[in-house]
Write a protein that binds this ligand. Structure first.
Ligand code: ZN
Ligand code: ZN
Length: 160
């Protein structure tokens, strides 16, 4: 009924295109100019979906020491605006970013260790864009976040 941890990894495999030419192609097709920081951020996001800006900065800075945290924020903002990257904002957590866009998938978050996984629609097919009453809105996206304890945290809390 609920998802398993493996659901997030399928998306990772599908997006495992970390070759520089492929990354550059994605950036160009989003209508953006290819720059070294943009390439580095997109590569980091390919490796680590659901990362926050600080974590991405750590990854990018390791390979591109001239990059500032501010520059990483700028890249993420342009990627998000261009639709290349999706921003998710679980309550109480900094914004997280991922490359899996356009399918309106949901997220499941562990309340103990904060691990985040992708979840496809629980019932029916994605995207879940049909509220009981849309109140006249032209609905473009729906966001569901499931909260709970991941399997490792359940194991840790039952065997202290
Ligand atoms: Zn956990
Ligand atoms: Zn996701």
């Amino acid at each position: 009924m609920t998802t398993t941890d493996s659901s997030s990894d399928h998306a990772g495999l599908r997006l495992a295109a970390a070759e520089p030419e492929l990354l550059a192609g994605s950036i160009r097709s989003a209508g953006l100019k290819v720059t070294a920081p943009r390439l580095a951020v997109l590569r980091a996001l390919t490796d680590r979906p659901h990362s926050n800006a600080d974590a991405l900065f750590g990854l990018v800075h390791a390979g591109l020491p001239g990059t500032s945290l501010q520059a990483v924020y700028g890249v993420l903002a342009s990627f998000t605006t261009a639709g290349l990257v999706r921003k998710i904002e679980p309550a109480g957590s900094p914004a997280l970013f991922e490359r899996r866009v356009g399918d309106n998938h949901h997220h499941i978050v562990c309340t103990r260790c904060n691990v985040v996984h992708d979840v496809d629609c629980a019932v029916g097919h994605a995207p879940c864009l049909t509220p009981a009453d849309a109140l006249g809105f032209d609905v473009r996206a729906a966001e569901v976040i499931y909260w709970g304890l991941c399997s490792s945290c359940q194991a840790a809390t039952s065997n202290p």
